[in-house]
Write a protein that binds this ligand. Structure first.
Ligand SMILES: [Zn+2]
Length: 72
């Protein structure tokens, strides 16, 4: 039997262990929760940030818009 305690502790780090600027993170505009894929940190974003993200996504999607007419 191998003792894998060392291996366990390798993954046992918390947010403060290394500097993360949360540069690359996703915002879930439905829940208002941001998630950093680098450090797995989750936090709630402000209404402003959500609004900005929605606008950003809308602009992004507009690039791929087809000739489809949506009357919504
Ligand atoms: Zn982060």
């Amino acid at each position: 039997m191998e003792d894998d305690d060392e291996y366990d502790s390798y993954w046992d780090y918390d947010d403060g262990d290394f500097d993360c600027d949360h540069e690359g993170y996703d915002i879930d505009i439905l829940t208002g929760v941001a998630w950093c894929w680098r450090c797995q940190h989750k936090w709630f974003v402000t209404h402003e940030e959500i609004t900005r993200e929605i606008e950003h996504q809308a602009e992004y999607m507009a690039q791929f818009e087809c000739d489809e007419v949506s009357n919504g």
